[in-house]
Write a protein that binds this ligand. Structure first.
Ligand code: SAM
Length: 290
């Protein structure tokens, strides 16, 4: 049986009385080449643990199970659980967890299921929560080696954008701080069932072993990113005033010691420049404590 074939999805729908949920972002993959590209790009080895987000009817899960030591898949839709039990019955190295991934402790899953090798996170992400899922994985510092995920092309473009480009924003700076970003495939909307309105792309985020910039206080960096890009059309002097309780004069002084023109905008800043501002902010706060 070709699990990914639209006819199989229809058979499953009929047999289990399953209705696809638009609000859960259920656009299932129907193309073997795309499935193979994702699995290949995720570089799964026999000793690896794979954590999959949103297995659907299990097309990626089954393929990952052939290469990995163990696969744990987190699926929110309880109506898919009996279906997954059936489609994955031939694999004894797969566990399905019926939970909302945003409320799941992935680090605990990793610690409980880790094999001898690496940890790979994969998924064809539900589009309505792509950014929150990626940010949660990174901010929780989930002990994974890589995150290979499909998302809307537009989000992928923002994540991989370079400073100075129109699409460079908070998500680009945040993801690039934690990961080396690689685009591994462009995926047309025609390969999904049902067909979404937009095209997709697969990114592999290789989680950095060492941070690319030195920060005195990581939380100040993220505060600076949020404030700077939150009002991206404003100059840094305007967007950072008020951040961390800093006055306009304080921001002027911080930018001057960081060697950054106050008239610049956040979207032009490299990671290194953002880090310099954040470190000067931390220093300023320490020197001006009541
Ligand atoms: N992996 C399958 C495929 O490629 O055909 C399905 C991908 S579909 C785009 C996204 C999947 O994520 C659906 O199965 C959906 O039910 C599930 N999902 C949606 N929100 C979720 C959440 N908060 N936590 C876990 N899974 C979720």
């Amino acid at each position: 049986m070709k699990l990914y074939a639209p006819s199989t999805i229809n058979e499953i729908k009929e047999k289990h009385g399953f209705q696809l949920s638009k609000s859960l972002g259920q656009n299932f993959l129907t193309d073997k080449n795309t499935i193979d590209r994702i699995i290949e790009a995720s570089q799964i080895g026999k000793g690896d643990l794979v954590v999959e987000i949103g297995p659907g009817i299990g097309v990626l899960t089954a393929e990952a199970a052939r290469y990995a030591g163990r696969v744990v898949a987190v699926e929110i839709d309880r109506n898919l659980i009996p279906i997954l039990e059936e489609t994955l019955k031939d694999y004894d190295n797969v566990t399905i967890i019926n939970q909302d991934v945003l409320k799941t402790d992935i680090t605990e899953i990793v610690n409980e299921n880790r094999q001898k090798g690496g940890v790979r996170i994969i998924g064809n992400l539900p589009y309505y929560i792509t950014t929150p899922i990626i940010m949660k994985l990174l901010e929780d510092q989930v002990p994974a080696d890589s995150i290979t995920v499909m998302m809307q092309k537009e989000v992928a473009d923002r994540i991989k954008a370079e400073p100075g480009s129109r699409t460079y924003g908070a998500i680009s700076a945040a993801v690039q701080y934690y990961c080396q970003v690689n685009q591994v495939a462009s995926v047309p909307k025609e390969v999904f069932f049902p067909r979404p309105k937009v095209d997709s792309a697969v990114l592999r985020l290789d989680v950095r072993k060492e941070r690319p910039v030195e920060l005195v206080d990581e939380s100040m960096f993220f505060l600076c990113v949020r404030a700077g890009f939150g009002q991206r059309r404003k100059t840094l002097l305007n967007s950072l005033t008020g951040a961390a309780g800093l006055s306009r004069d304080a921001v002027r002084e911080i930018l001057s010691t960081a060697g950054i023109q106050p008239s610049r905008r956040a979207e032009t800043l490299s990671l290194q420049e953002l880090a310099s501002i954040a470190n000067k902010m931390t220093e300023y706060k320490l020197n001006h404590q009541e």
